[in-house]
Write a protein that binds this ligand. Structure first.
Ligand code: OKP
Ligand code: ZN
Length: 334
């Protein structure tokens, strides 16, 4: 399976994130990519397809913000990394959640995603990596792997959060649409719900979004990913959320993924994007599922059995020492 990665993706390296009431070391580290590259024996550098495919998903003002925020922050005299701390309250459902994380976060999205002077270039390269894998599949390969980092599925058309800046899965899906694939499905099997991907396609009938993830009543990103979110307008019924409890193991996860694959089968896609996170692994430091390394090969084989042309984009996975083996296992299942 061809794999893609651009060295500029290593340049985004914030020092700290706000976590459980204090600053801790940033979890989404460049070493994640190094471990995967070593495990899979390297990757091809993607071609530069420019900003146009990114602007098919993200607002131009938002992209300019990502580029300019670090300089504006510095010009205001701040020494540290640009981290938001005051937010407008827009468009949130009045969910009655009682977790303190949810009550705090209800007032914004979020304070865990610093923007540095290197962030735009790294996110841009991550998007180009997703586009290269997508083009490989459009050109006839059954499957290709995009070693995306920073990840993307929490980023919406005009917002960042959850270590994500540009939504690489959405950019890949839109590129497939723009290349003439009429019906595109996205299967998101990261531990966390991909709120940004859901938002981007929520009212569209041409892109199906299915996600298996930790129940947002107990886990980030709290305000999205509940089972009753099914899409709206033209997109009514083209969003499927399958939240699972902490402690979920292979049997439960595999059954939920089968439900997602059944729904995608009914949708009859001509292209699939998989948002793959290895933070469902039993030893992940910020997640609470119980998947083992060999489980990923089984989950991948279940997906591959459907035969859809598939671009895999990397999302989360924070147990750095195990990440290479987990990704290699998943790829082996195809
Ligand atoms: C990104 B991806 C705060 C914990 C939440 C953000 C998690 C982002 C996960 N105490 N931190 O979906 O793997
Ligand atoms: Zn995740």
């Amino acid at each position: 399976m061809r794999a893609f990665f651009h060295p500029d993706q290593l340049r985004h390296a914030p020092a700290l994130e706000l976590h459980n009431g204090g600053f801790t070391a940033y979890a989404e580290v460049p070493a994640r990519a190094d471990m995967i590259l070593t495990a899979i024996g390297g990757a091809e550098v993607p071609a530069d397809r420019g900003e146009a495919p990114i602007l098919r998903v993200h607002d131009a003002d938002y992209c300019r913000f990502l580029r300019e925020a670090p300089a504006l922050w510095q010009a205001a005299g701040r020494a540290g990394e640009a981290i938001p701390y005051a937010f407008p309250i827009v468009g949130r459902r009045p969910l009655r959640l009682d977790r303190i994380d949810a009550l705090l976060g209800r007032h914004g999205f979020d304070a865990t995603t610093p923007i540095t002077a290197e962030t735009w270039d790294a996110a841009y390269a991550s998007a180009q990596t997703a586009l290269a894998a997508t083009q490989t599949v459009l050109d006839g390969e059954r499957v290709a792997f995009a070693l995306c980092r920073p990840p993307g599925h929490h980023a919406g058309a005009d917002y960042c959060g959850g270590y994500c800046h540009l939504n690489v899965a959405a950019i890949a899906a839109q590129a497939a649409r723009d290349a003439g694939r009429a019906r595109v499905a996205i299967l998101d099997i990261d531990y966390h719900h991909g709120n940004g991907t859901q938002d981007i396609f929520y009212d569209r009938a041409d892109v199906f979004y299915a996600s298996v993830h930790a129940d947002p009543a107990s886990d980030y990103p709290f305000y999205w990913g509940h089972a009753d979110e099914r899409g709206e307008g033209d997109g009514a019924g083209t969003t499927l959320n399958l939240p699972l409890p902490q402690g979920t193991d292979l049997a439960t996860f595999r059954a939920a993924q089968a439900t997602a694959l059944d729904a995608i089968t009914a949708f009859a896609p001509d292209f699939l994007v998989v948002s793959f996170g290895a933070d469902t692994w039993e030893g992940d430091p910020i997640s609470r599922f119980r998947l083992t390394t060999p489980d990923y090969a089984l989950l991948a084989a279940d997906i591959a059995a459907h035969g859809w042309p598939t671009a895999i984009v990397m999302e989360g996975g924070y147990a750095v020492d195990a990440l290479g083996a987990n990704v290699a296992s998943f790829r082996s299942g195809f």
